[in-house]
Write a protein that binds this ligand. Structure first.
Ligand SMILES: *Cc1c(COP(=O)(O)O)cnc(C)c1O
Length: 493
């Protein structure tokens, strides 16, 4: 299996794609052909998460040996997760919530970032890359911490994380700025997530900078969801969820399900579409946005227009106007024509918008786009708590609210899986405030204790760990200082 770029016809192996992150032409790596599962669900439904992970990931990472891949999987999905199931599926409010937040940083980013360091160091060995790998990451809050946790003190790597200084939740920020590890650097940027992401992408594309770093023994790689090393582990849990619903007798083999994904950079829902291509009977892919509803508008009109105000919401990990992974879908809609895709991406960066052709729109039927306002998000948290005694986080709540609208609009009552992307403990202030405004006066840690008392769900280790942790990263910078920060950090070490 080879990977090609969405903007040219280069071909690389899986391990080369993981190592590079982005193609030299600025495109994203995609499998030349999307693979199909080669084991039946009658067998998958008897497997553990780790076993399913192997059956799925071996299809994409064909230049990894069985031993290498199994080693990566076993190191990633171990006791870092607070449940042996890895991804429990809970029934509430007419849907199945696939809890993707039981890893070390309590957001779904752990699903991929627990394994990425192993995939990356294995890829480096395979390709005899001697340079030290510098993970350069822009985060809307959750990727940063999950990547830091994965890469801290991993030999042969350094990790630099840029987050929007005023655009993450208090708990998210505390989790990042208390990160230990000599190879870590965390920097607050005076800008929004798109500024951080653009700054990072520009450094990747800066040939002169990359050459200077190469001479000094460094090379960049990415832990952002553009890396196929992040995408492929995310396909696993959709396969596992379907197998699990078969095992529980909720579905019979072949019967379709819908999935709802609270979406920002379009990585998680793209992984669901790969699962569908691999043979999981998924009917509709329901893409849920918050008030930054650029994707909702895109699905409705075929116009992707980022020229609009950036809204700071209670679901900060979805506060994104440039959904990077959408490029992989656009490329597929354009019948894998790299020039057609590249033209649209140029229009996006130069004019701030692009319009897809009617033919391309025709192929979007699998998708349904919806969005939830801040008020609707708060209401659904409160309602599901009152009716089901189940507390969901703000991102998952956007998905739940969109799912209600979808059911109402379409009358579609198929079994539905909602990707539950973060622990409510990570967004305690917004969640508890939605349940009862009188919680507003409490401190973040008091809110955490109140949530435990209310829900009976034990406070996760990730939260206990930051209670008294020391703040180790105080650096902030302007958008145009990001490169200086990077070269400074690499020089001093
Ligand atoms: C990153 C994130 C999302 C968005 O996922 P994408 O793959 O970027 O679409 C949703 N919810 C949470 C909690 C996240 O951390």
């Amino acid at each position: 299996m080879k990977y090609t770029s969405t903007r040219s016809n280069v071909q690389v192996t899986a391990s080369q794609a993981i190592l590079k992150g982005l193609a030299d032409d600025g495109g994203l790596f995609v499998p030349v052909e999307l693979p199909k599962l080669d084991v039946p669900f009658s067998r998958l439904k008897g497997m553990t998460y780790q076993q399913v992970a192997y059956e799925v990931m071996k299809l994409y990472l064909t230049d990894f040996t069985e031993e290498e891949l199994k080693h990566c999987i076993d190191c990633a999905y171990d006791s870092k997760f607070d449940t042996e199931e890895i991804v429990p599926l809970k029934k509430a409010h007419g849907a199945y919530y696939l809890e993707l937040f039981h890893g070390s940083t309590i957001a779904f980013k752990d699903m991929a970032l627990s394994i990425l360091p192993y995939l990356l160091t294995t890829s480096a060995k395979k390709n005899h890359a001697d340079n030290e790998i510098v993970i350069l990451t822009a985060t809307s809050g959750d990727t940063g911490k999950a990547a830091l946790a994965g890469f801290a003190d991993v030999p042969g790597t350094k990790i630099i994380v840029f987050y929007p200084k005023d655009g993450v939740s208090p708990i998210q920020k505390l989790q990042m700025v208390t990160q230990k590890g000599d190879n870590t650097l965390v920097v607050g940027v005076d800008g929004n997530f798109d500024d951080c992401q653009t700054g990072v992408k520009n450094m990747f594309h800066d040939k002169a900078l990359c050459e200077r770093l190469d001479k000094a023994g460094y090379q960049f790689s990415s832990a952002n969801s553009i890396n196929i090393g992040r995408l492929t582990p995310q396909v696993v849990y959709y396969v596992y969820a379907y197998a699990h619903l078969l095992k529980r007798g909720v579905l019979e083999e072949g019967q379709p399900m819908n999935v709802v994904v609270p979406t920002g950079n379009f990585g998680n829902i793209l992984a669901a579409s790969y699962a569908k291509a691999a043979g999981v009977p998924i009917d509709r892919l329901i893409c849920a946005s918050n008030e930054n509803k650029v994707l909702y508008d895109f699905f409705r009109t075929g116009v992707y227009d980022r020229k609009r105000p950036f809204v700071l919401t209670s679901s900060p990990s979805m506060d994104i106007l440039i959904s990077s992974n959408l490029e992989r879908l656009i490329y597929a809609l354009a019948d894998c024509d790299p020039d057609a895709n590249a033209a649209l991406m140029t229009a996006l960066s130069e004019q701030g918008e692009y319009t897809i052709t009617p033919d391309m729109r025709e192929k979007l039927k699998d998708y349904y786009g919806g969005y939830a306002s801040e008020e609707e998000t708060a209401q659904i948290i409160s309602r599901i708590w009152k009716e089901d005694h189940y507390i969901i986080d703000t991102h998952t709540a956007v998905a739940a609210a969109v799912y209600d609208k979808f059911r109402e609009e379409t009358g579609d009552s198929k079994t539905t899986v909602i990707a539950s992307t973060a622990s409510p403990y990570k967004f305690g202030r917004s969640v508890m405030g939605a349940i009862d405004p009188s919680y507003d006066s409490m401190t973040d840690m008091e809110l955490t204790d109140a949530m435990e008392a209310l829900s009976g769900v034990k406070i996760p280790r990730a939260i206990e760990d930051i209670r008294d942790a020391q703040i180790l990263h105080k650096m902030t910078c302007a958008v145009d200082e990001m490169e200086q920060v990077v070269t400074g950090f690499l020089k001093e070490k």
